[in-house]
Write a protein that binds this ligand. Sequence first.
Ligand code: SF4
Length: 199
Amino acid sequence: MNMELSRRTLLKGVGVGLAGTALGAFGFGGIEAAYAKEIRAFKLVGTTETRNTCPYCSVACGVILYSKGDLKKGEKAEITHIEGDTDHPTNRGTLCPKGAALLDFVKSDTRLTKPQIRKPGANKFEDITWDEALDSIARHLKDDRDANFVAQNQDGVTVNRWTTTGFLAASATTNETAFLTYKVVRSAGMIVFDNQARV
Ligand code: SF4
């Protein structure tokens, strides 16, 4: 969200803030809400909004990430605030306590930011690139399907089954992505197929 912070806007906010504090002390309920509404804009001045999805559970609530720092200018971008997306049909701006604490999740020292692999016989994981991860997954899928695909059963009936690999789909997707996922998985003959929402 980019907005001009004019002197008039600043004075307006400061004025409401002072009035809110004074009136609140005299017991005028609701003035704090008006005060919060006025100063909220300042918190987000100069930030960039990015739409995303809460990663915690299968409800898949929509969130907006507010960041400072322009990557196009070579600056380091940092997420400073996260809140529910009021335009999202699933949560309409609300978040549960886990979603409301997403900023801690993003900034956690233990959060994985790269794919990892534990090679056969190894006792620890090592970082790999996203390209390596996708190539590796594609290679394993192809090799396993080539080795185990069953075109016909023992009676000669065409079954086109692939039973040795399973697929767990995510629920934080659009209907279109879900439709395509279903088509790809079933067209490949895969039978073991489930969704995050049932886990
Ligand atoms: S905000 Fe809460 S309910 Fe929504 S996806 Fe995140 S964890 Fe699930």
